[in-house]
Design a protein around this ligand. Structure first.
Ligand SMILES: Nc1ncnc2c1ncn2[C@@H]1O[C@H](COP(=O)(O)OP(=O)(O)O)[C@@H](O)[C@H]1O
Ligand SMILES: [Mg+2]
Length: 323
């Protein structure tokens, strides 16, 4: 038995790439290509990386939306994709997801009171007073019971994301996957939603897999950080450790790209130099090597192994491997 709420073991998710009629064989987009991590009960793991690195795909596999190509996801030591029937239903209730775009994630034809309890209904929960639950949840996310009879179009982006959070809470989950929950919102609203998620996490002792491309958001909410690059994790560790002594060159460059509060300076330092790789055709060896300022010959030839620098700080980079 492990004490982890979630354990992801060598997860791979490949999408079939549509190719022309004449091309031979199938091509795969290796969106997630051998990722392992855990999340403890009551802990926030921040998953950060550039667009296209596979973060959403990890989140969808955890939420049961995309079946992994291989690997395992264990929730309380139960293999999520091996469960059947009632056991699977109960396990799925423990995990909810909040999507990036609150304008497309709420059904425009449904009233808020029905949206909020929809996951409960889908799970076939019996003997529950849906109305009471909807009332409790709408207030928990800072809206009022007068909003329950309205439709999504009557709300702003921030309010819609509050409704999406209420919906995620309806099944009383242990884990919420928050996939860039503030990225689509006005800057002035982002902090409010982030604060709400912070408060709820503490109050309900929730675990989050909090996904963002923005290190500034990740550093605020996470206990630990996992850095993803081209389908792989390159560094995992406590937030303080990763922020104060980032070891992977990619993490170092991501941290340099965090906005600078001084208005006289440029709003953002230079983002990581170069382009992210094509996930259908990733570079040989370490996937970051074409953009890495410290690259050595071996980096293009071999794949680095993950090593443990100290308890919980893991890094996948030849710079730290014993020669
Ligand atoms: N349904 C899909 N079919 C094919 N390719 C996909 C699909 N979803 C995502 N991808 C590709 O997989 C890679 C990872 O995507 P995603 O998980 O959305 O990354 P992120 O959330 O980090 O931006 C990208 O190259 C993306 O284009
Ligand atoms: Mg994404």
């Amino acid at each position: 038995m492990s004490s982890h709420l979630v354990r992801v073991d060598n997860l791979k998710v490949y999408y079939e790439k549509k190719t022309g009629l004449l091309s031979l064989g199938k091509k795969y987009i290796k969106a997630v290509d051998g990722v392992s991590f855990y999340i403890n009960k009551g802990e926030v793991l921040g998953l950060v990386g550039e667009s296209g690195s596979g973060k959403t795909t990890v989140g969808k596999a955890l939420a049961g939306i995309i079946e992994p190509t291989s690997g395992h996801i264990y929730i309380e030591d139960k293999d999520l994709y091996a469960l059947k029937g009632e056991e699977q239903r109960r396990m799925r209730m423990k995990i909810q997801i909040i999507f990036q775009n609150p304008f497309s994630s709420l059904d425009p034809r449904m009233r808020i009171k029905d949206i909020i309890v929809e996951p409960l209904k889908i799970m076939g929960a019996k003997d529950v007073d849906y109305e009471t639950i909807a009332k409790e949840l709408i207030e928990k996310v800072g809206l009022s019971i007068h909003h329950l009879n309205r439709y999504p179009h009557q709300f702003s982006g921030g309010q819609r994301q509050r409704i999406a959070i209420a919906r995620a809470l309806s099944t009383n989950p242990d884990l919420i996957i928050a996939d860039e929950p503030t990225s689509a919102l006005d800057v002035s609203i982002q902090a409010q939603i982030l604060n709400l998620m912070w408060d709820l996490q503490k109050e309900l002792n929730l675990s989050y897999l909090f996904i963002s491309h923005d290190m500034g958001v990740i550093r605020y909410i996470s206990n630990r950080i996992a850095v993803m690059y081209a389908g792989k994790l390159v560094e995992v560790g406590d937030t303080k450790t990763v922020l104060e002594s980032p070891l992977h060159p990619y993490t170092q460059s991501l941290l340099k790209a965090v906005p600078i509060p001084d208005p006289k300076k440029a709003r953002r330092e230079r983002i990581v130099v170069g382009e992210p790789p094509d996930p259908a055709n990733p570079p040989s060896g370490c996937r970051f090597h074409p953009r890495c300022p410290y690259k050595m010959d071996i980096c293009g030839e071999d794949e680095p192994k993950e090593i443990r620098v100290n308890s919980g700080h893991r890094i996948t980079c030849f710079l730290y491997q014993e020669k």
